[in-house]
Design a protein around this ligand. Structure first.
Ligand code: ZN
Length: 387
């Protein structure tokens, strides 16, 4: 007997190279079996997935869920289970002076699993732009916060924007590397400066010091600090960084995602490693919507379904070093499952500069199964229909 049997879906689990019509059985908070023809009588609860896609629980590499504290943050469950995802990674909303609110107030009420990147700026992203000067950096205090929250904090965040980065440049990046390196953690670097203050040369300089496992957020930004040279070719430092194992995240969001840059990068072999949404209040009902919508954007740009599922399951699990627990439906892994539907129709997708792209396929969130609990999706908004 199983607690839950998910029947008849197209199971896509890139970690195991599975793409087949299969049933998934869950016991407690663990995957028990993935087989053909598990009898419906064997499940206390039956989830009919016929015509649907069943994947390991989707993991969003970049969201802002410092809800109630950061102005633009949303609830973790809006970024996660309400759009059929099961895990989200907060992209540095908090710094060491504010981080405690995560374990005290936010994590206990979320059904979605939340991991965090700790911002180099003491206050995180509460002042925007952050990091006016070195007074906003305190490595000893950061070390204490990371040490006390190793199960939640997955790395150190820095945005290449603002006064301190403009004046001190690569020294700030090296400072972030130093504190992250002390704990064997990666850095997550935001590129794209809408204020046009930070010299564009800092992006290649920064890529040169990034190591395997470090994360480049907003790889397809069209703003100052983009990875493209004026002639449309990628900076050579990017190629070298990818070869070293630097992780590329489009972190699509509101301000730093250009279809044009994405097309040029994809044509030069620069694919996302993971897909984060940078989901926050400003783009939830406009442009970004949800992780499944952003997976659909990359399908519209030419990637296939299996690729975008790998980029939101096993690849992301590896990026946060949780691949022994999540990101696959291997028996014994967490009972985190996403059920999606690939709908046909006509929708308009919009990027940050306002370019539109039509798509005839959209991944819709249907259900999240998180820790063995079945949670129907409640999408907040969808892209507009194309006429
Ligand atoms: Zn962000």
């Amino acid at each position: 007997m199983y607690d839950i049997v998910i029947k008849g879906g197209r199971v896509i689990d890139p970690a195991q190279n599975i793409d087949d019509t299969l049933d998934v059985a869950i016991n407690g908070d663990k995957i028990a079996a993935v087989n053909k023809d598990i009898s419906p009588q064997e499940g206390q609860q039956l989830v009919d997935a016929k015509g649907k896609i069943v994947t390991p629980g989707l993991i969003d590499m970049h969201v802002h869920v410092f809800d109630g504290i950061m102005k633009i943050a949303i609830e973790p469950d809006v970024a996660g289970v309400k759009h059929a995802g099961t895990t989200v990674v907060d992209g540095g909303s908090s710094g060491h002076t504010t981080f405690a609110a995560f374990p005290k107030h936010i994590l206990p009420t979320a059904r979605t699993k939340v991991f965090c990147f700790l911002h180099l700026c003491s206050l995180g992203l509460i002042p925007e732009p952050e990091l006016k000067d070195w007074d906003e950096v305190d490595l000893d205090a950061m070390a204490a916060t990371i040490e006390a929250n190793k199960n939640i904090i997955k790395g150190v965040k820095l945005r290449l924007v603002g006064k301190l980065v403009t004046s001190a440049g690569i020294e700030v990046v090296k400072t972030a590397k130093k504190i992250a390196g002390q704990f064997g953690l990666p850095i997550m670097i935001h590129i794209g400066d809408t204020d046009k203050q930070v010299p564009a040369t800092l992006t290649p300089e920064c890529l040169s010091v990034m190591e395997s496992g470090d994360i480049l957020a907003h790889v397809y930004t069209g703003n100052q600090g983009s990875v493209l040279r004026p002639d449309g070719t990628i900076v050579p430092e990017l190629k070298a960084a990818v070869e070293r194992g630097v992780i590329l995240d489009p972190a699509t969001g509101r301000n730093n995602f250009s279809f044009n840059v994405a097309r040029r990068c994809l044509a030069q072999g620069i694919l996302p490693t993971v897909i984060g949404t940078d989901l926050n209040h400003r783009c939830l009902k406009d442009r970004t919507f949800s992780l499944p919508v952003n997976m659909s954007k990359f399908m519209a740009l030419g990637l296939d379904l299996k690729q975008v599922i790998a980029m939101t399951t096993v690849n992301t699990a590896c990026a946060i070093h949780e691949e022994d627990k999540i990101g696959s439906l291997k028996p014994g892994m967490a009972a985190d499952v996403s059920i999606l539907e690939l709908k046909s129709g006509a929708w308009t997708l919009i990027d940050s500069p306002g370019e539109t792209m039509k798509t005839d396929k959209l991944l819709m969130p249907v259900t999240a199964i998180k820790g063995g609990k079945v949670i129907p999706a409640e999408p907040v908004a969808l892209p507009p229909s194309a006429s």
